[in-house]
Design a protein around this ligand. Sequence first.
Ligand code: NDP
Length: 334
Amino acid sequence: MTNEPDCISFDDLVSAIETKITAAGASSAVAKVLATNCATCERDGTLSHGVFRVAGYLDSLTRGWADGTTEASVDVVGPSYIRIDGHNGFAQPALAEAGPVVDQALDDTGVAVIALRNTHHFSALWPDLEAFARDGRVAMGMIASGKLAVVPEGATCPVFSTNPFGFATPVADADPIVFDFSTSSMSHGDLQLLRAEGREVAVGTGVDSTGADTTDPNAILDGGGIRPVGGHKGALLSFMIETLAAGLTGGAFTYEIDAEAPDGAHTFRTGQLFIVIDPERGGNDAYLGRVREFVDMLRDAGMDRQPGDRRYANRAAAAERGIPITDSIRSLFD
Ligand code: NDP
């Protein structure tokens, strides 16, 4: 139901995305998880991974790059260690399938290491991380996302993906603190959005095909590369993320993936690693309250913008008025 003429309700948006993804060949279970994830990003203002990404999901399905009907295999290889083979399906439904064994591992041991491989993941991490935090868990996640895009200082070509990392913690009597960012100067999605708007980026964001600094998103995206965030420190975070999310999980390192492979090829087969902890297992039954005091101290000290504040404000506005209709949303109804 539309609340205002230029807005759409969350449920209607999920249903419109679901229809598109099902029509492209995904099972209804897979389409539901992907549509909910996309609509959640759109509603909360992560537009780089909202409805803008639907075209990518459809393309991956229709070209045979991702299998929208497969079911993941979930193996509990140690009391806390869960390995998931996504069989070239999408990562979010594979993670959802493992829900019961993840809960069991957390109940039994207080920790769950979730290693996904052979999956597609080109969304934001925070929706899955926030769900863990709302269940009282601390969670972190990282992705070897499969698109070579990042050129560290000294390299002559992209060697990393934008390798996002996310963290979520519950907080006493408040929404969880959840943050989630690419370890590059800018996410690939944001760069594509700026290109579409004809805008420039700051010097230091990326380089052109000759390795020279450029402010033109076209030059960065077409043959150039994005710089890591924070120079060598961001490059080393990418090193860690590729090592854990690809090397340790058994997924492909980004450099091994040919994103330009022909139709029907299994191109991505990436990996993700999640580490989830029951914060009260340490025997210090005061975790949530102590984090609350910590966050209050930060706000009192002037850090009054905490991660999640923007998304929670957008979510509240969408609950009241609906989600603003963009061209991407309009195209769902073409
Ligand atoms: P952003 O810079 O948009 O946001 C980073 C985080 O910092 C957010 O949690 C944000 O909170 C928080 N934040 C922003 N400004 C402040 C501030 N002033 N003080 C405190 N916290 C702040 O991240 P990116 O553009 O790098 O990434 C966008 C999304 O893209 C992420 O969700 C990421 O997972 C996703 N991504 C996915 C990839 C994939 O391969 N699947 C690859 C790369 C990125 P808030 O949300 O409230 O604004």
